[in-house]
Design a binder for this molecule. Structure first.
Ligand code: ZN
Length: 139
C-alpha cells in the first residue's frame, strides 16, 4: 500500500520471493501398499489436494528409517535412509516432482515512511498518530 498523510508518505508491502523448485512433493502421488495402507502427501494432517509452496508437506503414514552413514569424497558424511509404512514396514518412496510454472511466496514485510525503512511498530504508531480521527490501521 501507499498512502499520503499530510506531508508524510507511508508505504508498506511484502516482496514476493521465487520458490520454484525442481524437487518438491508431488501431490498427485498416491500409492496403496500390499496390506492396503494408503500413502500420499499431507498438509496440516489432511490429504494434500494441491501443492502449496508455503505449506509443510508430510507423509505421516511413513516412518523415516535411518540405515547408516555414507561419506562423500571430501569426507563429509550423509545419512542413508529409507521410508517405510508405519503399520506394515513395506518400503515406500514418496514421490517428488518439479514445478511446471514459477512459484512465489510473500517475503518479509517492509515498511517505509518518506522512503526511509522503519519497523512495523513504528510505522503503525506514526500512522495512527496521523490518523487519530479513525482512519484505522494501514496494515
Ligand atoms: Zn502398510
Amino acid at each position: 500500500m501507499k498512502a499520503i498523510s499530510g506531508d508524510d508518505v507511508f508505504e508498506a508491502g511484502a516482496d514476493m520471493i521465487e520458490v520454484t523448485s525442481q524437487h518438491r512433493p508431488d501431490t498427485n502421488w498416491r500409492v496403496v501398499d500390499a496390506q492396503g495402507h494408503e500413502h500420499r502427501w499431507y498438509v496440516d494432517g489432511k490429504p494434500a489436494v494441491s501443492y502449496n509452496p508455503s505449506a509443510k508437506h508430510e507423509t505421516p503414514t511413513l516412518v523415516d528409517v535411518h540405515d547408516g552413514w555414507g561419506y562423500w569424497e571430501d569426507g563429509e558424511r550423509y545419512a542413508i535412509h529409507h521410508y517405510e509404512c508405519r503399520q506394515c514396514g513395506e518400503h515406500i518412496e514418496p514421490r517428488y516432482t518439479a514445478d511446471t510454472n514459477r512459484q512465489y511466496i510473500p517475503g518479509l514485510r517492509w515498511c517505509r515512511i518518506n522512503g526511509e525503512s522503519v519497523s512495523k511498530e513504528e510505522f503503525e504508531r506514526r500512522w495512527s498518530a496521523r490518523n487519530r480521527d479513525g482512519a484505522g490501521s494501514a496494515i
